[in-house]
Ligand binder design. Structure first.
Ligand code: BDR
Ligand code: CA
Length: 315
């Protein structure tokens, strides 16, 4: 059975991704680690805990980094709400957090299961960077990291060239990409277009199960945000799409091997990740040491939507 750690700054689309992992039977969630991002680390932890409880899961939740490595914290109140979960009063978990720190938990688990642990990272990658800085040798035994990060090959959402999870802690993203751990990137470009969940689909999900109703409420502010900013009645779920890349491989239809360069100079390019594709640069371009990472370039939108909606009906 594949073993996963899920690292998350739990807000509404992280919640969708956590639900997918809980409802997919042939994977084992070893633990959930939490990082500051969309909301504070404590709020994100409560959101993760609540989501797991709604799914009947007692997977341990560990709190991690309270802020990015070098910069102050920024939240996404207008996108996901003050509580990150639609501001509907949904968050009242019964259980507490697991004792200990998220970074120690990641290192201990990788040490216990070398070359077996896959980490799905749904927020800024501060916890991952701290684990690498603390014990690079142990982290070299991570099997693969699946990251929701970067705009992919589309425009950024935090700045024209940078996506929120990278923009919040680009130094951490650079440490992760330069570490030699194989990384699969699901960029923001994958979650727009046909793969978005429209109002009819959302109503179907809500009517299917208590988990579906919870997700509809958790995404209420996101729906409103998309209505106001894009004039569209839909929710985009970048973290759910990234989770699909990791656990529903049949929904991935295109991937590309790349060498990644993360820009950390303060200025308009902060948080941009440049993808060097094999065979696409002139010989005179900088020498690339190899193409160790991959970017997911396309998804089966219909296949994803069918499986995503269907999952709530089986509960
Ligand atoms: C990412 O930022 C957050 O708003 C989402 O949870 C997702 O991880 C998308 O840019
Ligand atoms: Ca997230």
């Amino acid at each position: 059975m594949r073993k996963f750690i899920i690292d998350t700054d739990t807000a509404s689309d992280d919640c969708a991704a956590l639900m997918m992992a809980c409802m997919t039977k042939n994977i084992e969630i070893m633990g959930v680690t939490v990082v500051a991002g969309n909301v504070s680390v404590e709020q994100a932890g409560r959101n993760a805990k609540m989501t797991l409880e709604v799914c009947g899961s007692d997977v341990p939740v560990f709190l991690g980094a309270k802020q990015p490595l070098m910069h102050s914290r920024k939240e996404t109140i207008s996108v996901h709400g003050v509580d990150g979960m639609g501001d509907k009063g949904l968050i009242h978990p019964q259980g507490g957090f697991a004792p200990g720190d998220a970074v120690d938990y990641i290192l201990n688990t990788v040490a216990e299961y070398p070359d077996e642990i896959e980490i799905v990272v749904l927020g800024p990658v501060t916890n991952i960077a701290l684990a690498i800085l603390r014990d690079r040798e142990t982290m070299s035994r991570v099997k693969r990291i699946w990251s929701m990060g970067t705009p992919g090959f589309g425009p950024g959402n935090a700045t024209p060239v940078s996506e929120f999870n990278v923009f919040i802690d680009a130094e951490a993203y650079k440490i992760m990409l330069d570490s030699g751990i194989p990384v699969s990137i699901a960029g923001f470009d994958l979650c727009v277009g046909d793969i978005e969940i429209d109002l009819d689909e959302l109503a179907e999900i809500a009517a299917s199960s208590p988990q579906g109703a919870f997700l509809k409420d958790a995404t209420a502010v996101l729906l409103d945000f998309n209505r106001k900013t894009r004039g569209q009645d839909m929710i985009d779920l970048p973290d759910a799409v990234a989770m699909a890349c990791a656990i529903w491989p049949e929904t991935v239809t295109g991937r590309m091997n790349v060498y990644c360069y993360t820009c950390i100079d303060n200025g308009p390019c902060y948080g941009q990740v440049i993808f060097y594709r094999e065979g696409s640069t002139y010989e005179s371009m900088p020498e690339i040491p190899g193409y160790p990472d991959e970017v997911i370039t396309s998804m089966d939108a219909g296949g994803f939507t069918k499986r995503f909606i269907g999952m709530f009906k089986k509960q």
